[in-house]
Design a binder for this molecule. Structure first.
Ligand SMILES: [Fe+2]
Length: 238
């Protein structure tokens, strides 16, 4: 179902196969957290006191969870299903209908663990050039911190701190098995997790490829994917 928020289309969908992968997702979230925090390379980078380089090094891994063994791939099928519903509701039958001009794919995926008292601050996914972004909850308890869609056009102080002049943000109540889809440029954040348990969410970005996009040689893409796996097995090992 689409909700119109600040003139933007925000899709909220219960994913059909949620029960098949929710537990797997929770396990994977802790596994990938351990992977980046407790592998030798992370410790080395921490000791070398080079936060900028560290992020450059870690981001490709943190944001490419879907290429790491153990990631619940069935979830990606459900994301494509939700995208289809979303674009259909917007009157844009993107998927097969527009192939080979617009072919959607998941470009990045990652998991977030937000402990008690913490929250995810205001951000968007513009930096990754995401056409659409997805937030999904494999579990959700009351008071774990609902997602807020911000009135992106407002100045940052007015978005974060509600003011009387204009609505600054709108809450989307979290629910286990629920995916929220929104354009990648939309600013969003979460409330503080006031529950006793970790809040676990997973995100992914969707891009479109088409015959008018840059089409890198498939062998190069294969080589890079193998190089990713190689780096992963060499450097990111618990
Ligand atoms: Fe986000």
């Amino acid at each position: 179902m689409i909700r119109k928020i600040f003139g933007e289309s925000i899709g909220v969908y219960t994913l059909p196969n949620a029960e098949l992968y929710n537990d797997e997702f929770i396990k994977f979230a802790y596994y990938s957290k351990d992977l980046v925090e407790n592998t030798d390379i992370f410790k080395l980078m921490k000791e070398s006191n080079a936060p900028k380089d560290m992020n450059d090094y870690l981001e490709p891994f943190i944001h490419r969870s879907h290429l790491i063994p153990g990631y619940p791939l069935k979830f990606l099928d459900d994301v494509m299903w939700a995208l289809k519903e979303y674009t259909k509701e917007m009157g844009q039958e993107f998927n097969q209908h527009n192939f080979p001009y617009l072919a959607p794919y998941v470009s990045r995926a990652w998991t977030n663990i937000t402990p008690q008292g913490d929250y995810i601050g205001s951000h968007d996914h513009k930096r990754f050039d995401a056409k659409f972004s997805v937030s999904y909850y494999p579990k959700f308890l009351p008071e774990q911190g609902d997602l807020h869609i911000e009135n992106t056009d407002l100045k940052v102080n007015k978005r974060i701190y509600p003011c009387n002049e204009v609505p600054a943000r709108e809450r989307i109540e979290g629910k286990k098995g629920q995916a929220v889809i929104f354009p990648g440029y939309i600013k969003h954040h979460t409330e503080i997790n006031k529950s006793l348990e970790d809040r676990i969410s997973t995100s992914c970005d969707i891009k479109y490829l088409g015959i008018n996009s840059d089409l890198p040689p498939p062998e190069l893409v294969n080589e890079l994917t193998s190089a990713f796996q190689q780096e992963l097995t060499t450097n990111f090992k618990l």
